[in-house]
Design a protein around this ligand. Structure first.
Ligand SMILES: O=C(O)CC1=CCC(=O)O1
Length: 416
Protein backbone atom coordinates (compact mmCIF):
# COMPACT_ATOMS: atom_id res chain seq x y z
CA UNK A 1 0.00 0.00 0.00
CA UNK A 2 1.23 3.51 -0.83
CA UNK A 3 1.06 5.65 2.30
CA UNK A 4 2.54 8.46 4.40
CA UNK A 5 3.70 8.23 7.99
CA UNK A 6 3.20 11.90 8.82
CA UNK A 7 2.12 15.13 7.04
CA UNK A 8 5.75 16.25 6.83
CA UNK A 9 6.96 13.03 5.21
CA UNK A 10 7.35 11.65 1.71
CA UNK A 11 4.77 9.18 0.41
CA UNK A 12 6.20 5.69 0.11
CA UNK A 13 5.39 2.07 -0.49
CA UNK A 14 7.05 -0.96 1.09
CA UNK A 15 7.22 -4.48 -0.39
CA UNK A 16 9.12 -7.64 0.50
CA UNK A 17 9.78 -9.59 3.66
CA UNK A 18 10.34 -7.88 6.99
CA UNK A 19 13.93 -8.40 8.11
CA UNK A 20 15.28 -8.73 4.55
CA UNK A 21 18.13 -6.35 3.51
CA UNK A 22 16.53 -2.98 2.69
CA UNK A 23 16.74 -1.19 -0.63
CA UNK A 24 15.37 2.31 -1.18
CA UNK A 25 14.28 3.24 -4.72
CA UNK A 26 14.10 6.85 -5.93
CA UNK A 27 11.99 8.01 -8.93
CA UNK A 28 12.75 10.43 -11.75
CA UNK A 29 11.31 13.89 -12.31
CA UNK A 30 7.64 13.78 -13.36
CA UNK A 31 7.07 10.12 -12.46
CA UNK A 32 5.80 8.38 -9.34
CA UNK A 33 7.11 5.42 -7.40
CA UNK A 34 5.23 3.27 -9.97
CA UNK A 35 8.21 3.85 -12.28
CA UNK A 36 9.86 0.98 -10.35
CA UNK A 37 6.91 -1.44 -10.85
CA UNK A 38 8.77 -3.62 -13.37
CA UNK A 39 11.62 -4.39 -10.96
CA UNK A 40 9.86 -4.61 -7.60
CA UNK A 41 8.37 -8.14 -7.77
CA UNK A 42 11.83 -9.64 -8.29
CA UNK A 43 13.63 -7.29 -5.86
CA UNK A 44 11.02 -7.94 -3.18
CA UNK A 45 11.84 -11.63 -3.14
CA UNK A 46 14.96 -10.99 -1.12
CA UNK A 47 14.81 -7.32 -0.15
CA UNK A 48 12.63 -5.05 1.89
CA UNK A 49 11.87 -2.57 -0.91
CA UNK A 50 10.96 1.01 -0.01
CA UNK A 51 9.98 3.34 -2.87
CA UNK A 52 9.24 7.03 -2.37
CA UNK A 53 7.48 9.81 -4.27
CA UNK A 54 9.13 13.19 -5.00
CA UNK A 55 7.38 16.26 -3.51
CA UNK A 56 4.28 17.06 -5.57
CA UNK A 57 4.51 13.69 -7.36
CA UNK A 58 2.42 10.54 -6.65
CA UNK A 59 1.06 10.92 -3.12
CA UNK A 60 3.73 13.29 -1.74
CA UNK A 61 2.46 16.86 -1.33
CA UNK A 62 4.62 19.62 -2.81
CA UNK A 63 4.99 21.58 0.42
CA UNK A 64 7.38 19.09 2.07
CA UNK A 65 10.37 21.15 1.00
CA UNK A 66 11.77 23.77 3.42
CA UNK A 67 10.87 26.54 0.95
CA UNK A 68 8.64 26.54 -2.13
CA UNK A 69 10.02 29.92 -3.30
CA UNK A 70 11.26 29.74 -6.92
CA UNK A 71 14.94 28.77 -6.96
CA UNK A 72 15.05 27.60 -3.34
CA UNK A 73 14.92 23.78 -3.52
CA UNK A 74 18.06 21.64 -3.67
CA UNK A 75 18.83 17.96 -4.16
CA UNK A 76 20.14 18.06 -0.56
CA UNK A 77 16.59 18.97 0.58
CA UNK A 78 15.31 15.87 -1.22
CA UNK A 79 18.08 13.75 0.31
CA UNK A 80 17.15 14.94 3.81
CA UNK A 81 13.50 14.01 3.17
CA UNK A 82 14.64 10.51 2.16
CA UNK A 83 16.74 10.22 5.32
CA UNK A 84 13.72 11.36 7.38
CA UNK A 85 11.64 8.58 5.83
CA UNK A 86 14.42 6.02 6.34
CA UNK A 87 14.75 7.06 10.01
CA UNK A 88 11.01 6.76 10.53
CA UNK A 89 11.06 3.27 9.00
CA UNK A 90 14.03 2.24 11.16
CA UNK A 91 16.40 1.86 8.18
CA UNK A 92 19.83 2.73 9.47
CA UNK A 93 21.77 1.48 6.42
CA UNK A 94 20.31 0.55 3.06
CA UNK A 95 21.09 -0.09 -0.58
CA UNK A 96 19.88 2.76 -2.77
CA UNK A 97 18.89 2.82 -6.44
CA UNK A 98 17.59 5.92 -8.19
CA UNK A 99 16.50 6.88 -11.67
CA UNK A 100 17.69 10.26 -13.00
CA UNK A 101 16.79 12.84 -10.29
CA UNK A 102 16.26 9.89 -7.93
CA UNK A 103 19.85 8.91 -8.77
CA UNK A 104 21.06 12.44 -8.03
CA UNK A 105 19.53 12.07 -4.56
CA UNK A 106 21.44 8.77 -4.18
CA UNK A 107 24.72 10.41 -5.25
CA UNK A 108 24.12 13.22 -2.74
CA UNK A 109 23.47 10.64 0.01
CA UNK A 110 26.62 8.72 -0.94
CA UNK A 111 28.72 11.92 -0.79
CA UNK A 112 27.19 13.47 2.34
CA UNK A 113 25.94 10.47 4.35
CA UNK A 114 28.09 7.49 3.30
CA UNK A 115 27.37 5.77 6.61
CA UNK A 116 23.73 5.35 5.58
CA UNK A 117 24.32 3.52 2.26
CA UNK A 118 25.51 -0.03 1.63
CA UNK A 119 25.50 0.32 -2.16
CA UNK A 120 24.39 2.66 -4.91
CA UNK A 121 22.77 2.19 -8.32
CA UNK A 122 22.35 5.18 -10.66
CA UNK A 123 19.99 4.56 -13.57
CA UNK A 124 20.03 7.14 -16.39
CA UNK A 125 21.39 9.75 -14.02
CA UNK A 126 24.09 12.40 -14.07
CA UNK A 127 26.48 14.40 -11.91
CA UNK A 128 25.03 17.55 -13.56
CA UNK A 129 21.85 17.73 -15.62
CA UNK A 130 22.11 20.32 -18.38
CA UNK A 131 22.35 24.04 -17.68
CA UNK A 132 20.66 26.01 -14.86
CA UNK A 133 18.92 28.21 -17.49
CA UNK A 134 17.04 25.31 -19.09
CA UNK A 135 15.76 24.15 -15.67
CA UNK A 136 14.74 27.67 -14.65
CA UNK A 137 12.87 28.05 -17.96
CA UNK A 138 11.10 24.73 -17.47
CA UNK A 139 10.21 25.63 -13.86
CA UNK A 140 8.74 28.98 -14.99
CA UNK A 141 6.71 27.29 -17.75
CA UNK A 142 5.27 24.72 -15.34
CA UNK A 143 4.50 27.34 -12.68
CA UNK A 144 2.61 29.32 -15.35
CA UNK A 145 0.90 26.53 -17.32
CA UNK A 146 1.12 23.26 -15.37
CA UNK A 147 2.74 20.03 -16.56
CA UNK A 148 0.36 19.42 -19.51
CA UNK A 149 2.53 21.27 -22.08
CA UNK A 150 5.52 19.09 -21.11
CA UNK A 151 4.00 15.68 -21.70
CA UNK A 152 4.76 15.14 -25.36
CA UNK A 153 8.39 16.27 -25.18
CA UNK A 154 8.94 14.43 -21.88
CA UNK A 155 7.68 11.09 -23.18
CA UNK A 156 9.83 11.54 -26.29
CA UNK A 157 12.86 11.83 -23.98
CA UNK A 158 11.72 8.94 -21.77
CA UNK A 159 11.02 6.33 -24.45
CA UNK A 160 12.12 5.32 -27.93
CA UNK A 161 9.46 5.83 -30.64
CA UNK A 162 8.74 2.09 -30.61
CA UNK A 163 7.65 2.20 -26.95
CA UNK A 164 6.09 5.61 -26.49
CA UNK A 165 2.51 4.33 -26.95
CA UNK A 166 2.97 1.18 -24.80
CA UNK A 167 0.59 0.96 -21.81
CA UNK A 168 3.47 1.42 -19.33
CA UNK A 169 4.52 4.60 -21.17
CA UNK A 170 0.95 5.95 -21.22
CA UNK A 171 0.62 5.29 -17.48
CA UNK A 172 3.74 7.32 -16.74
CA UNK A 173 2.54 10.13 -19.02
CA UNK A 174 -0.62 10.18 -16.88
CA UNK A 175 1.55 10.45 -13.74
CA UNK A 176 3.26 13.49 -15.26
CA UNK A 177 -0.08 15.13 -16.08
CA UNK A 178 -1.17 14.53 -12.47
CA UNK A 179 1.99 16.03 -10.96
CA UNK A 180 1.57 19.19 -8.87
CA UNK A 181 3.18 22.04 -10.88
CA UNK A 182 4.73 23.59 -7.74
CA UNK A 183 6.36 20.29 -6.78
CA UNK A 184 7.61 19.68 -10.32
CA UNK A 185 8.99 23.22 -10.59
CA UNK A 186 10.76 22.90 -7.22
CA UNK A 187 12.45 19.70 -8.48
CA UNK A 188 13.58 21.63 -11.60
CA UNK A 189 15.06 24.26 -9.25
CA UNK A 190 16.90 21.49 -7.40
CA UNK A 191 18.29 20.15 -10.69
CA UNK A 192 19.40 23.64 -11.77
CA UNK A 193 21.88 23.95 -8.90
CA UNK A 194 22.87 20.29 -8.70
CA UNK A 195 26.50 19.65 -9.63
CA UNK A 196 28.46 16.87 -7.93
CA UNK A 197 31.07 16.43 -10.68
CA UNK A 198 33.89 17.40 -8.33
CA UNK A 199 32.62 15.22 -5.48
CA UNK A 200 32.33 11.84 -7.22
CA UNK A 201 35.66 10.59 -5.87
CA UNK A 202 34.13 10.83 -2.37
CA UNK A 203 31.64 8.05 -3.14
CA UNK A 204 32.94 5.03 -1.28
CA UNK A 205 30.09 2.51 -1.54
CA UNK A 206 30.00 -0.09 -4.36
CA UNK A 207 28.31 1.67 -7.28
CA UNK A 208 26.66 0.57 -10.50
CA UNK A 209 25.81 3.05 -13.25
CA UNK A 210 23.20 2.12 -15.90
CA UNK A 211 22.71 4.06 -19.14
CA UNK A 212 20.06 3.92 -21.87
CA UNK A 213 21.96 3.93 -25.12
CA UNK A 214 19.35 6.18 -26.79
CA UNK A 215 18.78 8.48 -23.79
CA UNK A 216 18.62 12.10 -25.02
CA UNK A 217 18.22 13.54 -21.48
CA UNK A 218 21.25 11.95 -19.85
CA UNK A 219 23.14 10.38 -22.77
CA UNK A 220 25.65 7.57 -22.11
CA UNK A 221 28.43 10.18 -21.78
CA UNK A 222 26.84 11.29 -18.49
CA UNK A 223 26.91 7.69 -17.25
CA UNK A 224 30.54 7.34 -18.26
CA UNK A 225 31.39 10.52 -16.34
CA UNK A 226 29.70 9.04 -13.24
CA UNK A 227 31.37 5.65 -13.65
CA UNK A 228 34.81 7.20 -14.33
CA UNK A 229 34.49 9.52 -11.34
CA UNK A 230 33.18 7.07 -8.73
CA UNK A 231 35.99 4.79 -7.56
CA UNK A 232 35.42 1.18 -8.64
CA UNK A 233 32.01 1.85 -10.24
CA UNK A 234 30.67 -0.53 -12.90
CA UNK A 235 28.88 0.67 -16.02
CA UNK A 236 26.13 -1.11 -17.96
CA UNK A 237 24.67 0.29 -21.20
CA UNK A 238 21.23 -0.91 -22.22
CA UNK A 239 20.34 -0.87 -25.91
CA UNK A 240 16.93 0.08 -27.40
CA UNK A 241 16.20 2.31 -24.42
CA UNK A 242 15.94 6.05 -23.81
CA UNK A 243 15.75 7.94 -20.48
CA UNK A 244 13.43 5.54 -18.65
CA UNK A 245 15.49 2.50 -19.64
CA UNK A 246 14.26 0.57 -16.61
CA UNK A 247 10.68 0.82 -17.94
CA UNK A 248 11.39 0.16 -21.60
CA UNK A 249 13.96 -2.62 -20.98
CA UNK A 250 13.08 -3.82 -17.47
CA UNK A 251 14.84 -7.18 -17.82
CA UNK A 252 18.43 -6.06 -18.47
CA UNK A 253 18.18 -3.29 -15.85
CA UNK A 254 16.82 -5.77 -13.30
CA UNK A 255 19.55 -8.29 -14.14
CA UNK A 256 22.27 -5.63 -13.64
CA UNK A 257 20.67 -4.46 -10.41
CA UNK A 258 20.36 -7.99 -8.98
CA UNK A 259 23.93 -8.86 -9.95
CA UNK A 260 25.19 -5.67 -8.27
CA UNK A 261 23.14 -6.31 -5.13
CA UNK A 262 24.27 -9.92 -4.89
CA UNK A 263 27.93 -8.87 -5.27
CA UNK A 264 27.30 -6.38 -2.52
CA UNK A 265 25.62 -9.05 -0.38
CA UNK A 266 28.54 -11.48 -0.69
CA UNK A 267 29.68 -11.85 2.89
CA UNK A 268 26.35 -10.50 4.14
CA UNK A 269 24.23 -13.65 4.13
CA UNK A 270 20.51 -13.30 3.62
CA UNK A 271 18.90 -13.64 7.05
CA UNK A 272 17.42 -17.01 7.94
CA UNK A 273 14.10 -15.20 8.21
CA UNK A 274 14.15 -14.88 4.43
CA UNK A 275 15.61 -18.23 3.38
CA UNK A 276 14.80 -20.96 5.87
CA UNK A 277 11.62 -19.94 7.54
CA UNK A 278 9.97 -22.90 9.19
CA UNK A 279 6.58 -23.00 7.47
CA UNK A 280 3.56 -25.23 7.67
CA UNK A 281 1.45 -26.37 4.73
CA UNK A 282 -1.05 -23.56 5.38
CA UNK A 283 1.53 -20.79 5.07
CA UNK A 284 3.17 -22.51 2.07
CA UNK A 285 -0.23 -22.57 0.38
CA UNK A 286 -0.95 -18.92 1.25
CA UNK A 287 2.48 -17.70 0.07
CA UNK A 288 2.26 -19.93 -3.01
CA UNK A 289 -1.14 -18.52 -3.89
CA UNK A 290 0.17 -14.94 -3.59
CA UNK A 291 3.10 -15.68 -5.94
CA UNK A 292 0.86 -17.64 -8.32
CA UNK A 293 -1.48 -14.65 -8.53
CA UNK A 294 1.42 -12.21 -9.03
CA UNK A 295 2.95 -14.32 -11.83
CA UNK A 296 -0.13 -15.73 -13.60
CA UNK A 297 -2.58 -12.90 -12.86
CA UNK A 298 -5.71 -12.79 -10.70
CA UNK A 299 -8.12 -13.46 -13.56
CA UNK A 300 -6.38 -16.63 -14.55
CA UNK A 301 -6.04 -17.94 -11.00
CA UNK A 302 -9.65 -17.05 -10.16
CA UNK A 303 -10.78 -19.10 -13.14
CA UNK A 304 -8.52 -22.03 -12.22
CA UNK A 305 -9.85 -21.98 -8.65
CA UNK A 306 -13.47 -21.77 -9.86
CA UNK A 307 -12.96 -24.82 -12.11
CA UNK A 308 -11.52 -26.92 -9.28
CA UNK A 309 -13.51 -30.11 -8.68
CA UNK A 310 -13.31 -32.69 -5.95
CA UNK A 311 -11.24 -34.74 -8.38
CA UNK A 312 -8.70 -31.98 -9.19
CA UNK A 313 -8.58 -30.35 -5.72
CA UNK A 314 -5.61 -32.38 -4.36
CA UNK A 315 -3.61 -31.50 -7.48
CA UNK A 316 -4.53 -27.81 -7.24
CA UNK A 317 -3.42 -27.84 -3.60
CA UNK A 318 -0.20 -29.63 -4.53
CA UNK A 319 0.87 -27.18 -7.24
CA UNK A 320 -0.04 -24.10 -5.20
CA UNK A 321 1.76 -25.37 -2.12
CA UNK A 322 4.73 -27.04 -3.84
CA UNK A 323 5.44 -25.43 -7.24
CA UNK A 324 4.46 -21.93 -6.13
CA UNK A 325 4.82 -22.07 -2.33
CA UNK A 326 8.06 -24.08 -2.15
CA UNK A 327 10.00 -23.24 -5.31
CA UNK A 328 8.78 -20.01 -6.96
CA UNK A 329 8.98 -18.32 -3.54
CA UNK A 330 12.66 -19.15 -3.04
CA UNK A 331 14.91 -16.07 -3.00
CA UNK A 332 17.82 -17.78 -4.80
CA UNK A 333 16.71 -16.79 -8.33
CA UNK A 334 14.75 -13.77 -9.53
CA UNK A 335 11.31 -14.30 -11.07
CA UNK A 336 12.85 -13.00 -14.29
CA UNK A 337 15.34 -15.89 -14.32
CA UNK A 338 12.70 -18.41 -13.20
CA UNK A 339 10.59 -17.40 -16.20
CA UNK A 340 13.54 -17.98 -18.58
CA UNK A 341 14.12 -21.45 -17.11
CA UNK A 342 10.42 -22.33 -17.09
CA UNK A 343 9.86 -21.36 -20.72
CA UNK A 344 12.92 -23.36 -21.77
CA UNK A 345 11.70 -26.48 -19.98
CA UNK A 346 8.23 -26.12 -21.51
CA UNK A 347 9.70 -25.82 -25.00
CA UNK A 348 11.93 -28.85 -24.40
CA UNK A 349 8.94 -30.99 -23.49
CA UNK A 350 6.57 -29.54 -26.11
CA UNK A 351 4.08 -28.23 -23.52
CA UNK A 352 2.75 -25.49 -25.76
CA UNK A 353 -0.40 -24.60 -23.80
CA UNK A 354 1.66 -24.15 -20.68
CA UNK A 355 4.18 -22.16 -22.73
CA UNK A 356 1.46 -19.68 -23.76
CA UNK A 357 0.61 -19.18 -20.10
CA UNK A 358 4.24 -18.69 -19.15
CA UNK A 359 5.01 -16.25 -21.97
CA UNK A 360 2.36 -13.96 -20.49
CA UNK A 361 3.77 -14.65 -17.00
CA UNK A 362 7.24 -13.78 -18.29
CA UNK A 363 5.99 -10.30 -19.28
CA UNK A 364 4.70 -9.88 -15.71
CA UNK A 365 8.10 -10.95 -14.42
CA UNK A 366 9.88 -8.21 -16.32
CA UNK A 367 10.85 -9.88 -19.61
CA UNK A 368 10.31 -7.86 -22.75
CA UNK A 369 9.19 -9.44 -26.04
CA UNK A 370 12.85 -9.13 -27.11
CA UNK A 371 13.91 -11.15 -24.05
CA UNK A 372 11.34 -13.87 -24.86
CA UNK A 373 12.70 -13.95 -28.41
CA UNK A 374 16.24 -14.49 -27.06
CA UNK A 375 15.09 -17.32 -24.78
CA UNK A 376 13.34 -19.08 -27.68
CA UNK A 377 16.37 -18.66 -29.95
CA UNK A 378 18.45 -20.29 -27.22
CA UNK A 379 15.96 -23.18 -27.09
CA UNK A 380 16.45 -23.71 -30.83
CA UNK A 381 20.02 -24.71 -30.02
CA UNK A 382 19.35 -26.93 -27.01
CA UNK A 383 15.80 -28.24 -27.59
CA UNK A 384 15.87 -28.44 -31.39
CA UNK A 385 14.63 -26.30 -34.25
CA UNK A 386 11.17 -27.96 -34.59
CA UNK A 387 10.48 -27.42 -30.87
CA UNK A 388 11.55 -23.78 -31.11
CA UNK A 389 9.56 -23.31 -34.32
CA UNK A 390 6.35 -24.39 -32.56
CA UNK A 391 7.27 -22.24 -29.56
CA UNK A 392 7.82 -19.14 -31.73
CA UNK A 393 4.34 -19.61 -33.23
CA UNK A 394 2.71 -19.81 -29.78
CA UNK A 395 4.75 -17.00 -28.24
CA UNK A 396 4.23 -14.76 -31.26
CA UNK A 397 0.46 -15.10 -30.86
CA UNK A 398 0.61 -14.44 -27.10
CA UNK A 399 2.88 -11.41 -27.48
CA UNK A 400 0.61 -10.00 -30.17
CA UNK A 401 -2.44 -10.46 -27.90
CA UNK A 402 -0.59 -8.95 -24.95
CA UNK A 403 0.30 -5.87 -27.01
CA UNK A 404 -3.32 -5.49 -28.16
CA UNK A 405 -4.98 -6.30 -24.82
CA UNK A 406 -2.40 -5.93 -22.01
CA UNK A 407 -4.83 -6.84 -19.21
CA UNK A 408 -6.51 -9.83 -20.83
CA UNK A 409 -6.08 -13.13 -18.99
CA UNK A 410 -4.50 -16.06 -20.87
CA UNK A 411 -7.00 -17.82 -23.06
CA UNK A 412 -7.00 -21.33 -21.76
CA UNK A 413 -6.59 -22.19 -18.10
CA UNK A 414 -4.39 -25.24 -17.76
CA UNK A 415 -3.65 -26.98 -14.48
CA UNK A 416 -1.34 -24.24 -13.19
O1 LIG B 1 12.74 15.53 -17.79
C1 LIG B 1 13.89 15.36 -18.25
O2 LIG B 1 14.41 16.12 -19.05
C2 LIG B 1 14.68 14.17 -17.80
C3 LIG B 1 15.05 14.23 -16.38
C4 LIG B 1 16.04 14.95 -15.80
C5 LIG B 1 16.05 14.68 -14.39
C6 LIG B 1 14.99 13.68 -14.27
O3 LIG B 1 14.63 13.07 -13.25
O4 LIG B 1 14.41 13.47 -15.46
Amino acid sequence: MTTRLAPSMLGYRMDGPEGAPPIVLGPSLGTSLAVWDPQVPALAQRHRVVRWDLPGHGISPAALLPSMAPGAATVGDLGRLVLGLADALGLRRFAYAGISLGGAVGTWLAVHHPERLSSLVLVCSSARFGTPETWHERAALVRAKGTGPLVEAATARWFTPAFVRAPAAEALAADLRATDPEGYAACCDALAVYDLRDELARVSVPALVVAGREDPATPPGHARELADGIPGASLVEVGHAAHLASVERPGPVLAALLAHLSDDAAGHPVPAAVTDRPRDDGSRHAEGMAVRRAVLGDDYVDRAVARTTEFTAPFQDFITRYAWGEVWTRPGLSRYTRSCVTMTALVAHGHLDELALHVRAALRNGLTPADVQEVLLQTAVYCGVPAANAAFAVAGRVLHEAAERPDAPPERPGPQ
